[in-house]
Design a protein around this ligand. Sequence first.
Ligand SMILES: Nc1ncnc2c1ncn2[C@@H]1O[C@H](COP(=O)(O)OP(=O)(O)OP(=O)(O)O)[C@@H](O)[C@H]1O
Ligand SMILES: [Mg+2]
Length: 451
Amino acid sequence: MSDLTPAEIVRELDKYIIGQDKAKRSVAIALRNRWRRRNVDADLREEISPKNIILIGPTGVGKTEIARRLARLTNSPFIKVEASKFTEVGYVGRDVESMVRDLLALSINMIKAREQESVQNKAREIAEEHILDILLPEPKDQPEAGADESSDAPSSSAANTREKLRNMLRGGKLDNRYVDMDAPEKSMPMVEIFSSAGMEEMGINFKDILGNMIPKGTGKKRKVKVAEALEILTQEEAQRLVDMDRVIAEAIEKTEQSGIIFLDEIDKITGKEGGSGPDISREGVQRDLLPIVEGSTVTTKYGPVKTDHILFIASGAFHVSKPSDLIPELQGRFPIRVALNSLGKSEFVRILIEPRNALLLQYIALLRTEGVNVAFDDAAIETIAQVAEEVNNHTENIGARRLHTLMEHLLEDILFDAPDMKEKNMTIDRAYVDAKFRDIKEDEDLSRYIL
Ligand SMILES: Nc1ncnc2c1ncn2[C@@H]1O[C@H](COP(=O)(O)OP(=O)(O)OP(=O)(O)O)[C@@H](O)[C@H]1O
Ligand SMILES: [Mg+2]
């Protein structure tokens, strides 16, 4: 559980998101409020309603990014849900609960992965033993191996051979030998074929059913290279060593105490009119959301999950509607409102270079894998930011996402030619940028397509 102070949270977010100071402050407060509410005496805690947050702002200015980073830095289970999807045809009221189930599933995976990682060494050792058993079946008429070990004399040549073989195995010298093993056929990862609408409540899990239909250990031996066999056995052992009951208990706890649900497009469920067609009443969706946001218990196949302390971050452009168009009860659960600014040239310059994962750094790293060193001089960066602002103004304002399309176009030739380039060092300057964008920028139709 994270007990970062609001100031610490903002400092961390600053490493990835440029500007939007108000929004960062607000999410930090929302997160801290949850921590505070959890720490209030139980009887009063019930009286304090959750303090969730609505991020209001145009597309591509960092709403999702802020929420995602917040979750990551506190290591919280996080999912993003489009609120508008609940207005679609075929929607039945209880579907909204699926977001909590999905959050739990994600939390389980997080913890399972961590646990499997922590038993990796042990699993590897056991897998090694298996492989050695296969390579060197224990001779039946030999004395017990244990007796030799305790006497500490390597009198048994079998034990000796086994050690030698182990060293070779560890040194990777046996990697290309084949062993026969009862290995599962390499299969495609089972995709979620059926949307689990309503299925989970009935306790039906198609994946399980299908999984069981497909024969697993068929008893048929397959030839596998030692390296791969070691990998397969290690994973199998790791799964076996992890105590799933404990994982699930911890995952439920983590979901309840530190889960974050990002409700995107919340503005699309305001207003009573369902628009055209058989849309579900948007207000109906809001009413369905209410109990989850207020705090209720959702049944899952792993057990009940309480939503009281899950943090909800809603987000929307609110071009036509306003947060005050939400039903009053829901408004009350989202008392923190914050507007994000649209981004201009000066932010774009910083977004290109400052964040830990800045776009320019990404391209530089990508090209370095080809031995090509690109650099961007200041004037070039200015110009890219300038073009981004202009194209956003002339066509559609898609915020920082514009930088992605621009960069891809700007570097297209280099990205194509990189493996064959003779000159491995190059600096992108203003002239290069201008040349790439000049014609397109002028032509509005063209820039709609390309940039
Ligand atoms: N202020 C910012 N600082 C750094 N990067 C940003 C900023 N705003 C947006 N980006 C980048 O732009 C992309 C889109 O941002 P994000 O997904 O947060 O948009 P959004 O506000 O959620 O938009 P939408 O309403 O369309 O969902 C991301 O790659 C993100 O890293
Ligand atoms: Mg978003």
